[in-house]
Design a protein around this ligand. Structure first.
Ligand code: CP
Length: 312
């Protein structure tokens, strides 16, 4: 597998990538760390333009992509408030994409509708990167998550990963479990019944021979966890707000919950959080969610340099 195989590639779903390709991205991300920190500089993507189209709110994904592009010597354009774009006049996503590809070398898209990124890729000759399509997928977040897990735990083979919270609507979870299946982790899903991991994901994992466990109670499984991946219950995705009220605040990871945890437990969260991790946990050695947040820059630098095609 050479880097040339990435050039011009869309990244819509984590299943678009092989295990070898994921490993190549993560290896390159490791080399990008000093550039992401500004300790070294590069002009690998000088003269190249990234279009960042965000039709849903974002802090980390948008800013880390912008930062990654700037650290690589390139430039950013974008739409962050679609009320100020021609979408507000009724322009279709297809026409927006056909327009933006005239102005940029790659397109980063976050959109509230599942399948929007796949549709966008059909209308674009330039590579499209899915940065969240409703409750669908968020593959580059998965690469960030895997990078962080490997930094903290080494090989993920036979490691116990406990995913807790909104496993139904959490797109980062949907992408992550597919990748963890490739790397041989054991998976435990902790959620209220109405927010459990979708049946399609369970089927896929069973087909891949992955050990899975469905739970309601975090206290029952915390002692065996190597990684605890916490997610926010996504109020905005519930069709019925009274259903949200029933499950809001179902889980809170605090130092009491962690009393039974392994000493080297890695606690992660794609963020933003609301109240599912108590601030007291931030001061423990186990809290890695802000390291995960930083890792978004080297990982996205690796992705951009591979698909746009600049050598660092
Ligand atoms: N992790 C993540 O997708 O965060 P944002 O919604 O802030 O981009």
């Amino acid at each position: 597998m050479t880097s040339m195989s990435f050039k011009g590639m869309d990244i819509i779903s984590i299943s678009d990538l092989t295990k070898d390709q994921i490993e190549e991205i993560l290896n390159l991300a490791n080399k990008m760390i000093p550039y992401a920190k500004g300790e070294k500089t590069t002009k690998a993507l000088e003269g190249r333009i990234l279009a960042n189209l965000f039709f849903e709110p974002s802090t980390r994904t948008r800013l880390s992509f912008e930062s990654a592009m700037i650290r690589l010597g390139g430039s950013n354009i974008g739409i962050t408030d679609h009320q100020n774009s021609s979408v507000a006049k009724g322009e279709t996503l297809a026409d927006t994409i056909r327009t933006v590809e005239c102005y940029a070398d790659a397109i980063v898209l976050r959109h509230p509708k599942e399948g929007a990124a796949r549709l966008a890729a059909k209308f674009s000759e330039k590579p499209v990167i899915n940065c969240g399509d409703g409750p669908g997928q968020h593959p580059t977040q998965t690469l960030v998550d895997l990078f962080t897990m490997k930094q903290e735990q080494g090989s993920m083979k036979d490691k116990n990963v406990v995913l807790v919270g909104d496993l139904k609507y959490g797109r980062t979870v949907h992408s992550l479990v597919e990748a963890l299946a490739l790397f041989g982790a054991n998976l435990t899903f902790v959620a209220p019944d109405i927010l459990q991991i979708p049946k399609e994901s369970v089927k896929l994992l069973e087909k891949a021979g992955i050990s899975i466990n469905l739970e309601r109670n975090l206290e029952n499984v915390i002692a065996d966890a190597d990684v605890l991946y916490v997610t926010r219950i996504q109020k905005e995705r519930f069709p019925d707000q009274s259903e949200y009220e029933k499950v809001a605040g179902s889980y809170k990871v605090d130092n009491t919950v962690l009393r039974e945890a392994k000493k080297n437990l890695t606690i992660m969260h794609p963020l933003p959080r609301v109240d599912e991790i108590a601030p007291e946990v931030d001061y423990t050695e186990n809290a890695k969610y802000f390291k995960q947040t930083f890792n978004a820059v080297p990982v996205r630098m690796a992705i951009l340099s591979l698909i746009i095609g600049g050598q660092v």
